[in-house]
Design a protein around this ligand. Sequence first.
Ligand code: C2E
Ligand code: MG
Ligand code: MG
Length: 637
Amino acid sequence: MSGHSDGTSRAPGATLPAVTEGDEAANECDGGTPTGAQHTAAPDDAPGPAPGTAPAPLRVSPHGYRAAFEAARLPMAVLGRDGLVTAANPAFGELLGKDPHALVTASAADLTDLGGDPHIWTAYRDVLAGRSDRLRCTRRLKHPEGHSLWAEVSVEPLPGGDRVLLSVTDVSDRHDLQARLRHLQMHDPVTRLPNRALFFERLAAALESATYDRGGTGRIGLCYLDLDGFKAVNDTLGHRVGDRLLGAVAQRLTRCGEHPSGRAGRGGQLVARLGGDEFALLVEDSTGTEQLADLAQSVLDALQRPFDLAGQRLSVSASIGVVERAAAGTTATGLMQAADTTLYWAKADGKARWTLFDPERNAHRMTRQALSSTLRPAVDRGEFTLEYQPLVGLGDGRAQGVEALVRWRHPQFGTLPPNRFIGLAEENGAIVELGRWVLERACHQARAWQLARPEEPPLFVSVNVAVRQVWDSDLVADVARILAETGLAPELLQLELTESAVMGSAGRPLQALQALSDMGVRIAIDDFGTGYSNLAYLSRLPVSVLKLDGSFVRGFRSEEHPNPADETIVEALVALAHRLGLTVTAECVENAEQAARLRRIGCDTGQGWLYSRPLPADRVPALLAGTPETPEEENRD
Ligand code: C2E
Ligand code: MG
Ligand code: MG
């Protein structure tokens, strides 16, 4: 700091500096912050310029300073280091509605409310004690005539060390304008409710105070609400009616917030419009899920009565996602995501209801999401692998082929069975790449076994194909290319499709099946019996194998079902299939008795744990040679 004035003396009767006539102002700088001359004049004891301070300052007589102080329109007071006023100018007196002389010896902190806020009080004490060189803050002051005003209060030491200048700017207009602007910024014009910005501000503040302030419950609750079918109101009755409806809904919600069914927390409840037809009721210091469930129910009840909007009678319902949890460890984003998911469940579960957040349901969703989004890169990273399960001739017990079954060696979740990801891959289309990889790998492997055992009858490989592979990729071209590349004969490839995939197939899928069949590739219907079981229809398609679903064979069990219907059905199915020129494979053959019955019935091939679990490729040759490395029992997972 550099203050400067020469030849000053204290004016009689006041603690104000005398001022040298003729000089206009003193150049002052406080902590690098330029301030007006009147802020810092302390003529009687101001030191000379600090070393290195450039231009020689103007010289002002003590008289001049005093006159400036008196005439200044900026309210100012000079304080002693004890914080008591030693001089106040008329503008200061006017601001406070008091005689400035009467303010001498008054506590400046009392006059300008510097003691009301602990932070400000500390900063003020620091300036008085010389530990800090400036305080600037905004305080709300009360005028004796009753009106209040917003004042920006600055406190900074005067040169010389034993006094401090306090100056006050009336910023009421600015403050009111700011407040009005802020209100506009933070409220929704349609419903007059707090808007998204204010909601998130309050949410962040609530989370912070609930986490650190031990006085409350330390919990937070949120009802996240979306009107059902609001778009239809807008579309059919127009935006004006839509806006009115939103306004009316907002009123009812506000009443629910005012009369909470449970105990209201200290912070109370905030009802906000988050946008469109979305509203939120935030409960600070919530007491548990029951309170939030009650609140959600009261909202549904409140919205049940129809709305009368200028002659239009309208009914709406709402779906509500309800989240209630400890504030510690909760972020605004986390809470909103949970609420959003829960709202989605409420909609999916049938709308017009509230649904409570369920961490388990969420974890399942997250895992699904995580798997779904990483499927495609996982194909590129080579995280998939195939296992092979023999398809055994029931007559001679010899393996004629193997079914390729895909597994995902997931870096995080371990080895995943296909039912965890095939559905997802079908949903997001990754099945096309994955299916192509399976086909390539399986054909390659089948050809490798064939070349390794040239003297033995070759094994065919049976590959599962999802319906989307037929629709979304050129399966015929892929198969032709892969067979050509691997050198595998088309007769050694079988494609398994489900009945529902080929049902009603016309156009492209049917052409594809026909082209594949013409190529010499066999088409099998997987899990037959779980769908339409329409043999008459299937026989007209280029299908050559039926794979009977495991549930038939499971129904064979003798002691519990001395005369099971399944056996009769399978017998009839096999006979019919044979008449139609189809061969039949039974899935899930787990014991010798089932195999014996299937053989008697005339079933052609069997697949199941009786023969082998699905095995990695390198263990298949030993199985074929009839010397499995480990007894079958040990293969079980
Ligand atoms: P699927 O084609 O019907 O395959 C037979 C499933 O039954 C396999 O389950 C197999 O491990 C299991 N299994 C075999 N023998 C027995 C037994 O004796 N008892 C019992 N209880 N189960 C037995 P996995 O490997 O989990 O495959 C499940 C399904 O995933 C397959 O059913 C198939 O629909 C699908 N899938 C597998 N790999 C692929 C693939 O590469 N592409 C496509 N699109 N789907 C595949
Ligand atoms: Mg299959
Ligand atoms: Mg099957």
